[in-house]
Design a protein around this ligand. Sequence first.
Ligand code: IFM
Length: 460
Amino acid sequence: MSTFLSFPEDFVWGVATSSYQIEGAWNEDGKGESIWDRYSHTPGKVIDGSTGDVACDHYHRWPEDIALMKSLGLEAYRFSLSWPRILPEGRGRINQAGLDFYSRLVDGLLAAGITPFITLYHWDLPQALQDEGGWPERRTAEAFVEYADAASRHLGDRVKNWITHNEPWCASVLSYALGEHAPGMRDMAAAVRASHHLLLSHGWAVPVIRANSPDSEVGITLNFEATEPASSSPADTRRTRLEDGTYNRWFVSALFGRHYPADIVAHYEPLFPNGMDFIQPADFEAIAAPTDFLGVNYYTRRIVRDETAEDNAPQTLFPDLPKCDMHSGVWEPVYWEIYPQGLYNLLNRLYFEYGPKKIYITENGTSFLTGPDENGRIRDTNRLNYLRDHFAAAHRAMQNGVPLAGYFVWSLMDNFEWAKGYQQRFGIVWVDYDTQQRTPKESALWYSQVIADNGLVPAM
Ligand code: IFM
């Protein structure tokens, strides 16, 4: 018989969403245009031609969504603010209606006994700032601080958990080098500059948020992939180290006071024939501003093979794992493997190598398209199993001393999955986009029980 896995009494169970993925109301009440409005309105960018214009219509349906969260017993809700809703031009003029919307949302959450966790930047940069060059430019980092100041001044009396950025790798490399996310550029040097300014803006914003909301906790969320070599060949091993460096180490290393990793600086240097002069001496101290927690987003692993190498060994080290419906790449999909052990490994690595004071899993979840059966029930056993096995992996890491304080399932409800439009479904709640009806899936009902029991029975 399996043992019941109980979690600490103060463990926080929540769900996560982001503004562009659920709000809709893209041009209402004085909101400015974001890079995602511009990008999704450009034909050929989003796989199904869809946009976030309406999305889950959360902007109008937030009371219903809060009631839904309450009915599931959720303790915390991680959501992001839309920067151009608050500062339509990115800096300067404040749109009071935008702040008021979030103020009402926060009050509604608190009245329902749900703790708000705010993410300031989940990718919807004001288009006006992109028109000036966007994240590759240092002044975008300066504008971010102005935005962080406005948001925390207005909401900081009630919101005590702040996340500056969500997944700076995506906001830099995926957006400025791989062209898959807004603004859709393909320029690696611009992406490296963007990554630096994202981190810098985080570091500059931390003391501002603390000053506006003195007893709050502030952190940043990074996305990590478990990178593992396809074979034991030196080429695959080298390549894996490189991918781990650009994807994982670049960000976490600078944030924890170790500057950028020397091997990755050497890798990027040829992109900058005149030197990496966008990095100024005081920047590293700013980036390493002490934080209260590290937010970890984890979904899958990446098997790395160096296709170009001659000493590449054919054997594979790892058997194939089951996959979900989500994939990397828009047009040439690589499906995501389900690998709970990777979460266990990652939590240990992060804690024992970098020593964050505490960790939240700010996103973990999976996309399966399972829809309603003839009785209207959504039997997403695949998602339930995914969550169960990842919760158990997190629990095991906690037994080693990893200070995991909470877990946010991605996502509360099906939503706009960026360049994949509405063709992915990460929600524990089903959204019928024609009627905007929300229906909790079996995984949501199961999760609700996990929260009530503050623990779970793992798989046999
Ligand atoms: O939907 C995204 C989210 O916006 C950021 N993290 C990964 C999720 C699933 O792809």
